[in-house]
Design a protein around this ligand. Structure first.
Ligand SMILES: C[S@@+](CC[C@H](N)C(=O)[O-])C[C@H]1O[C@@H](n2cnc3c(N)ncnc32)[C@H](O)[C@@H]1O
Length: 395
């Protein structure tokens, strides 16, 4: 993660004033142009479309019926696209900290709903690195309790904590998919660990994040990081591209995949390429490791072997023993197309008992060798101890 101190407050102020201006007057040069489905755009009011400050289209990766949270929704374009993809059984929440952007989005919502024949979008005021705190509730509290002394400050801090726990802006585990379009890079460096923690908190187990954002081909020079204007213009805050994907893993997500990365950069400044990427990453469905054993998987290829976030090594074409949690995880996106699932053997027909289930049993005779009476054993993907020394599943 980028390390920097002192700039953080300036970053938020610069982002605030830049997007207030961009809400008042469309700024076509902000962020890189993206193509959207014209059929889906047709029902979105011009005031919203003119304030398109995105760099990708995460709504392509949504499914019908899903509950979606859009971080930094701006005037709402991505939310209104998502509303059509998830349909009347789905729901979309847009969060932004900018009053002017939210005003345009909220004015437009009934117009979109009228065209669609259903209303499934809500816009909320908050900071995306603090998705528990409803800033409109806080604004209302501050109107009644102005802060003018240190004693007032203590009262404010208590009120903030109460709002977070009793009336959270976004509940824990309430969202199927967190999406965002060209916003994460605008969050100040010191807030980024918290930002990813919040993404994981609001996702339901097994949910996913689909994030389009600007990344850089190498480290952005330190001097640029001191410039609030370059921050608000999506340059200074751009992650180095390898560090961006690492953030998801460090936050405890798995299966992180770059699903879009155009060859042509959006900008090249001093030899550094800036481009938009779209990344998908998954929250584990279960934290519990090794609920039952005798599960095996086989990696199909084309690479000689692969390693997942938990350190399981899967050589191509070879059976490896895994715990049930890992087995089930390999049975879901994004792994299922690449991994063959081999369930525990059913009892042999000659009445002889199959091997007893073990806790992530690293050694089992496969059904074929059992039938042959062979002593062939299946290697474990990882050591048998679970969780292992790394603290990760089976690792
Ligand atoms: C580049 S615009 C992108 C808007 C929108 N996603 C789109 O595709 O047009 C950035 C938006 O994120 C909002 N934003 C930036 N940092 C934020 C933060 N920390 N919390 C909430 N909103 C933020 C800004 O107010 C602005 O509306």
């Amino acid at each position: 993660m980028i390390q920097s101190v002192g700039i953080d407050a300036k970053v938020e102020q610069a982002v605030g004033s830049r997007y207030t201006l961009a809400a008042q007057e469309p700024a076509p040069g902000l962020c890189c142009p993206t193509e959207y489905d014209p059929v889906l755009l047709a029902i979105i009011p011009p005031a919203v479309l003119q304030r398109d400050y995105g760099c990708g289209n995460p709504t392509k990766y949504l499914r019908e019926g899903e509950t979606v949270l859009d971080l930094g929704c701006g005037a709402g374009k991505i939310c209104f696209l998502a509303a059509q993809v998830v349909g009347r059984k789905g729901f979309v929440i847009g969060v932004d900290m900018n009053d002017q952007m939210l005003a345009i989005a909220r004015e437009s919502a009934p117009l979109v709903a009228e065209q669609l024949g259903y209303a499934n979008v809500s816009f909320r005021k908050g900071r995306i690195q603090d998705l528990a705190l409803d800033l409109e509730l806080l604004d209302a509290w501050l109107t009644e309790h102005p802060v003018s002394s240190s004693a007032d400050l203590v009262g404010l801090e208590a009120a903030v904590e109460r709002l977070r726990s009793e009336r959270p802006l976004v509940e824990s585990g309430s969202v199927d998919v967190v999406i965002s379009n060209c916003v994460l890079n605008l969050v100040a460096p010191a807030e980024r660990t918290r930002l990813f923690r919040e993404i994981v908190r609001v996702l339901r187990p097994g949910g996913r994040a689909v994030i389009s954002d600007i990344v850089a081909s190498s480290d952005v020079p330190e001097a640029w990081r001191e410039d609030p204007e370059l921050w608000s213009g999506c340059i200074s805050g751009a992650w180095r591209e390898d560090l961006f994907v690492q953030e998801f893993q460090q936050a405890g997500m798995y299966g992180t995949t770059i699903v879009e990365r155009p060859v042509a950069p959006w900008r090249i400044i001093d030899g550094i390429e800036f481009r938009s990427v779209t990344v998908v990453a998954y929250k584990p469905a279960s934290q519990q490791c090794c609920t039952a054993g005798n599960y095996e998987v086989m990696y199909r290829g084309p690479f000689c072997s692969v390693v997942d976030e938990d350190g399981h090594v899967l050589p191509r074409g070879k059976r490896v023993a895994v715990c049930r949690r890992t087995y089930e995880q390999f049975g879901r996106e994004p792994y299922r197309a690449h991994v063959e699932l081999i369930p525990p053997p059913s009892p042999p027909s000659d009445g002889e008992s199959p091997p007893a289930p073990s806790n992530m049993g690293p050694r089992r005779r496969d059904q074929a060798s059992w039938n042959r009476g062979s002593e062939a054993e299946i290697p474990a993907a990882t050591p048998a101890t679970c969780p292992g020394p790394s603290g990760k599943c089976c690792g």
